[in-house]
Design a protein. Structure first.
Length: 102
């Protein structure tokens, strides 16, 4: 089995307007954990279809349980307010989030 590049590690969501389910194929570790947890907690709404051993999984999930959020960029005003709040509460920006200063 060859090692896949990041570009080959896809996440694919497949459904149609007439389906009540969505097939989700992914290599994404976070999404795989979330799908596994959801399927374990709610077996009537999601099930593992395939885990071929190449790092990917395929789940079938009730379409009403899947949501896609599009988040608009922050306005300059909102960014400024966030910076001021962080300064006031002793937070500094680090890669991946905020960290409290000593």
């Amino acid at each position: 089995m060859k090692k896949r590049t990041k570009y080959e590690k896809e996440t694919i969501l497949v459904t149609s307007e007439g389906d009540s389910t969505m097939n989700i194929y992914t290599f994404n570790a976070s999404l795989k954990r979330r799908l596994a947890d959801f399927a374990q907690r709610y077996p009537a709404l999601a099930k593992l279809d395939e885990a071929p051993g190449d790092g990917s999984v395929t789940y079938t999930v009730d379409k009403s349980r899947v949501s896609i959020r599009l988040i608009p960029p922050y306005s300059e005003e909102r960014k400024l307010k966030a910076r001021l709040y962080a300064k006031k509460h002793g937070l500094q920006s680090v890669t991946g989030g905020l960290q409290r200063t000593a």
